[in-house]
Design a protein around this ligand. Sequence first.
Ligand SMILES: Cc1cc2nc3c(=O)[nH]c(=O)nc-3n(C[C@H](O)[C@H](O)[C@H](O)COP(=O)(O)OP(=O)(O)OC[C@H]3O[C@@H](n4cnc5c(N)ncnc54)[C@H](O)[C@@H]3O)c2cc1C
Length: 537
Amino acid sequence: MFEVQNQPPPLEPYNLLTSDTVLREALLRERAEWAESQLAALGATLGKPETVQLGFDANKYAPTLRTFDRYGYRLDEVDFHPAWHELMGIALKAGLHSSPWASPQPGAHVARAAGTYMLGQIESGVYCPLAMTYGSVPTLRREPAIAAEWLPRIFARDYDRRFKPARDKISALIGMALTENQGGSDLRTNSTRAEPASDGSFRLHGHKWFMSAPMCDAFLVLAQAAKGLSCFLMPRWTPDATRNAIRILRLKDKLGNRSNASSEVEFDGAYAQLIGEEGRGIPTVIEMGNYTRLDCAIGSSALMRQAVAQAIHHARHRTAFQKRLIDQPLMSNVLADLALESEAATVLTMRLARAYDESDETSAVFRRVLTPAAKFWICKRAPFATYEAMEVLGGSGYIEESIMPRLYREAPVNSIWEGAGNIMCLDVLRAIERTPNAGDVLRHELADAGDARLKAFAERLQQRLRAADRNDESQARALVRELVLALQAALLAKHSPPAVADAFCASRLNGEGGGAFGTLPRGLDLRAIAERAAPLN
Ligand SMILES: Cc1cc2nc3c(=O)[nH]c(=O)nc-3n(C[C@H](O)[C@H](O)[C@H](O)COP(=O)(O)OP(=O)(O)OC[C@H]3O[C@@H](n4cnc5c(N)ncnc54)[C@H](O)[C@@H]3O)c2cc1C
């Protein structure tokens, strides 16, 4: 029998807040210090071996569709493994689906961002219905009667898994159904029809190519009404307590995000209520999109953080060629480079979340311009970072018993849904054009750069923003990447140790971005950067 040797202990139990210096600093800086103890309790729960196992189980035992009962009646129900329900219970108890709306206070969106950032590290699938529910609240508030009916249940913190009319439940969750087979980015091609009924409600006829978390209690749906594309709330049950005519055709067989169900659906005269003005469906539902896009940036930051934490933990315990991996100079470069990417993503995401707590001009620019920008770049970086972190674990990183394959498979989805990369970059161009004083605010954020490299980079960026470049769609990705890099560098220069800011400027502002990790130039304090990211309780 061989003897197990030179293997690291599992990174558990550990506290996902207290072991994360960058997150803790951000929490205090972005005005959510009041939430520290409750988030530390959540961090401890999430880092328990039992909770970590729930993430594995929820993904191993994927949801299944039950279309009919044994007599042939339609059910259109999805069964989840108990682990999914337990994770949802933890998330709702922590208020991750609605706390900033239920208990508004300074730092509320930041606190919730920190909570979802920790949850997303242990299991990302449950994030989807939480994000959609969180994002739905401002849209639902456009209809006071509907808001009065739904919000108390959306604000409730006791997860209710029962498939029943929402009025008979303790809590409720909201999904959304926009994308159709013939077009997702171009929502104007939506063909689902909405016909008015005599009672003032509507009946929807058509299909949706993607509708995730179909066991939510209601969905925001786009459909064509007499005055054009409009937004509707479509519950799973009608007011007379019968199953709404929402036919779940099949569940998607996805690359990752396996614990979560994503369905294709048909509406056969489904009951729905109009939200907002008829014909103004896209602006009505896009409000929700801002929040869910913020959540994509948080979700990808979370994946990177977990990948980096696992990689550094492994390298601190595994020895090769007579040295711990973390002490090997080249591995130290890889780990520091990964840590930089993770810290930059986290710092930007948490700053962005604060913009949702505040209402000044700077926050308006952050929300409108930097939400799609951060979603684009952070989500683009996550697959590279999770892949590189996987390699730090060597062969073991490729094996399903470690969390690394799950992080890697999960990583691309945040870039695709809620508007894919190109759509985000084109939206940034539009937002810069249309948001009052966007240029001035961005200039101000990048002023006092201190670092000469950042100063030069920011000046070039300003020129590009001023020039015709902005109208050249072919250059949108390059422009948005530079915008995000400049802002990340400025935030790191202000808030992180000099070693981190120095390495970020040296490696990300030199036009070589996007290559392999582990290519940081000589003369940087690699060890300090990696140690800062080590998950130490
Ligand atoms: C796992 C998963 C779950 C999902 N869940 C939901 C859900 O719950 N509800 C929902 O409504 N949708 C959902 N979606 C759908 C998702 O939002 C869409 O797939 C996405 O918005 C892209 O739309 P599309 O698939 O129609 O691609 P298309 O619109 O055909 O786009 C294809 C590619 O072309 C690019 N592109 C499009 N227009 C332009 C342009 N003008 N210039 C340059 N490039 C362009 C896009 O960036 C993209 O890369 C889900 C998707 C996935 C993968």
